[in-house]
Design a binder for this molecule. Structure first.
Ligand SMILES: NC(=O)c1ccc[n+]([C@@H]2O[C@H](COP(=O)([O-])OP(=O)(O)OC[C@H]3O[C@@H](n4cnc5c(N)ncnc54)[C@H](OP(=O)(O)O)[C@@H]3O)[C@@H](O)[C@H]2O)c1
Length: 256
């Protein structure tokens, strides 16, 4: 209940899915902080659920000036930042993931900007406001380890995010700032409604569920528990690595 008492966290994309589940878990362990996103309506709804202690900051993580403002505003409000969860990402609005023959240079760049470049600069823009000893948690994906249809660019971006946890931990060693990646498997979030029409969502979820050895999709709260661990002193010896939370999907085959 109080593993993170007094800690201040900033969660990008905290107004939906995994990011909101992480914000709830951090809050339940005593943290306060800020959630970010572009959609003001879902930011306000999420803040309503998180209650006092959390604020919403609107911003686009692919824009440098927005990232600078997000961390400046969070620092002005709370006076320090102990944890950053670099979660915003996934589907680019209006551009479906596709196999190579159907990818344009623009769609390639926009996927890389949202899922890779924004992760790097979220960390960079947070640095002036971070405590020494802070914990940064990058959100990767099991797609970095196992190819899925249309996900080559997304998987490559997330592979590089996993690599950032190593390189950035080295860059930040003197400040004792730890950077680790949490890679979710298939998690039940609004993202499926961005990939297929609403009437097909349950069918697509079932396809993923059938691949998961533990027999269920992951929940945002599952990701929240792992982030609480990575944000807390319980993980103080864990630096520059990845936790894969996927119900066994990557490493265990259900083949009979
Ligand atoms: N669900 C899964 O199965 C799964 C699996 C592996 C990894 N992941 C990763 O987990 C993270 C969260 O995914 P999710 O499933 O929770 O998806 P989601 O419900 O679609 O949430 C995506 C979040 O990112 C924010 N976002 C997207 N583009 C943004 C931008 N340009 N600027 C600022 N915020 C932006 C969205 O807020 P706004 O729309 O308001 O901007 C939203 O809060 C992503 O990094 C995703 O790649 C998800």
């Amino acid at each position: 209940m109080s593993k993170l008492k007094g800690k201040v966290a900033v969660i990008t994309g905290g107004n939906s899915g995994i990011g909101f589940g992480i914000a709830e878990a951090l809050k339940n362990e005593g943290a306060v902080g800020a959630i970010t996103g572009r959609n003001l309506e879902t930011i306000e709804q999420s803040i309503g659920k998180l209650g006092a202690g959390f604020i919403g900051i609107q911003g686009d993580v692919t824009k440098m000036e927005d990232l600078e403002r997000i961390f400046r505003d969070a620092f002005e409000r709370f006076g320090k930042i102990d944890t950053v969860v670099v979660n915003a990402g996934g589907i680019v609005d209006g551009i479906p993931m596709a196999a190579i023959a159907d990818v344009t240079e623009e769609s390639y760049d926009r996927y890389m900007n949202l899922n890779l470049k924004s992760s790097y600069f979220t960390v960079q823009k947070a640095l002036p406001y971070l405590n020494d000893g802070a914990s940064i948690i990058l959100i990767g994906s099991s797609a970095a380890h196992r190819a899925a249809p249309g996900m080559a660019i997304y998987g490559a971006a997330k592979s590089a995010v996993i690599s950032f946890a190593k390189g950035l931990s080295l860059d930040l060693l003197e400040r004792k700032i730890r950077v680790n990646t949490l890679s979710p498997g298939s998690i039940d979030t609004p993202v499926f409604g961005k990939i297929v029409p609403q009437e097909q969502v349950e069918q697509v979820k079932q396809v993923w569920k059938d691949l998961i050895p533990v027999g269920r999709m992951g929940l945002p709260s599952d990701m929240g528990k792992a982030v609480v661990f990575l944000a807390s002193d319980d993980s103080s010896f864990i630096v520059g690595t990845e936790i894969l939370s996927d119900g066994g999907m990557t490493n265990i085959s259900l083949m009979k």
